[in-house]
Design a protein around this ligand. Sequence first.
Ligand code: TXA
Ligand code: MG
Length: 314
Amino acid sequence: MQTIITDSPEEAAEILNAGNVVAFPTETVYGLGACICHPEAVKHIFIAKGRPSDNPLIVHVADTGQIGDVAVGLNEYAVKLIERFFPGPLTVVLQKNPHVPDSVTAGLDTVGVRCPSDPVAHEFLRRACCPVAAPSANISGIPSSTNWETVYKDLAGKISCILRGNPSKIGLESTIVDCTGPVPLLLRTGAVTLEQLQEVVPETIPATHTEKNVVPKSPGLKYPHYAPAASIVLIRHGETVTAAPHSAYIGREEPPKGISIAKSCRSLEEYGKELFSFFRQCDAEGIRVIYCELPENCGLGRAIRDRLQRAAGE
Ligand code: TXA
Ligand code: MG
């Protein structure tokens, strides 16, 4: 299959609307989209990524007016979260509208809904004939793509089009909040922080703080994620390490002596933005060990920690 690369949201949407799979930029990570009205294209997403079919996809809308096409019966706090954080890096899990095919939601009666703020994503979604189901645009199990070049590396020849945009501003996947229970449950951390969610709905709790058997957990989170080929070693505050041969460092501290590549970040925001592209750079350069500063468990640090601990297999 030939993969067309275009800068035009209009051209990319035409290809999508014809029943094809198109990768597109968002402010979190790049997505791999198919219109939910084209179930064959939705199935092709799973094939192109090598994604297990029991892992549901997030549905992307151009604006809040489209949410009714995807979900029904929103409660009061869901409306508050949508009003505050859409468009942006938040996914809300809602009761699904029966029009959404089971292949999108892996048979669940809920659906994840997101409205990206990236202007290129917005232009693309606005021109799509219906809401767009999209997981992250990477081969299953490896770090998400935060620029079009890594989408190309993973998926060229397997998908119809890549809509080329800027590198993702945030670089970490969206925060996911289950809005179907009595209180919001934080299923996946991201750039919308727990603290920010609690400012809007103080009852919001992380899913891990509740009993496991009553939590509608995010099915995808049971699979290995975000792992580069190199081993990940986490450096806790105040810890020092002796660098192994062919090793790398990312974080806000002084890199250990003797490492081959270092990415020094001035802020947590920069750390989150650079993390996945650095993992991929290290793999391309044959790095064996990546030392990563483990930030504190609050604010954006919570999301970075989550990705690092998963990558380290903790
Ligand atoms: O930032 C993002 O969220 C990106 C961009 C492209 O929007 N998308 C993304 O999709 O990260 P993906 O498929 O890589 O991760 C989505 C996660 C999976 O773990 C999946 O299991 C979970 O969301 N999910 C989707 N629908 C769900 C639902 N109805 N209930 C619970 N979890 C759901
Ligand atoms: Mg993913």
